[in-house]
Ligand binder design. Sequence first.
Ligand SMILES: CC(C)(COP(=O)(O)OP(=O)(O)OC[C@H]1O[C@@H](n2cnc3c(N)ncnc32)[C@H](O)[C@@H]1OP(=O)(O)O)[C@@H](O)C(=O)NCCC(=O)NCCS
Length: 174
Amino acid sequence: MFSIIEERASDRTTVEDLARLSLGNRLTDSPAARMRTGTDPVPGLSMIVLENDELVGTIRFWPLLIGSGTKAIQLGPMAIHPDHRGRGFARMLIRYSLDRAQSLGHRIAVLIGDHALYERYGFVPAQPLGITVPDIEDRERLQVLALAPGALDGLSGVVRGDTIPSLGDDRLLA
Ligand SMILES: CC(C)(COP(=O)(O)OP(=O)(O)OC[C@H]1O[C@@H](n2cnc3c(N)ncnc32)[C@H](O)[C@@H]1OP(=O)(O)O)[C@@H](O)C(=O)NCCC(=O)NCCS
């Protein structure tokens, strides 16, 4: 029996250990990681998968700006514990959290990752739209998704991290 719930303050260490185990150096040394530097996760969108009280999956989102200041959210890191991969948890976690982002009013999701993994959720390569990240080697890995109709229309420019008011965990997770 599994459930998808919002990450609680008490999950933080386990979530970060799982992300480190799954992503290694990419967790802190990558273009995606650099866009997360100095900011906090988007409130209400850090989700975990629990199975029999064991934390087996995590996804977080981070605030971004595109071009002249259009707000977006960055998906990642996402990680499923190695013992539980191939069971559809990532698919459920992504779908659930993107639906939730949409219902919270977020309009654009961005990520740096394998297109093969994310195209099924509607992500499209960002570069042909003129949406870029300066220091990314593999430019086709930058992908975007409109969460609201027309959200990407006419949008172009550089993607960068945003800052949001720094909230304590209790307030973030309230
Ligand atoms: C990538 C990861 C999250 C997938 O988790 P998972 O629970 O095994 O994935 P699912 O079982 O939900 O599979 C979802 C689908 O994605 C596919 N998939 C999984 N990893 C993939 C990859 N790297 N590239 C392309 N497709 C992939 C699966 O084959 C499956 O396809 P299907 O529905 O057609 O069978 C997991 O392997 C992981 O934690 N990897 C290490 C961390 C990582 O790379 N995170 C992503 C970048 S932040």
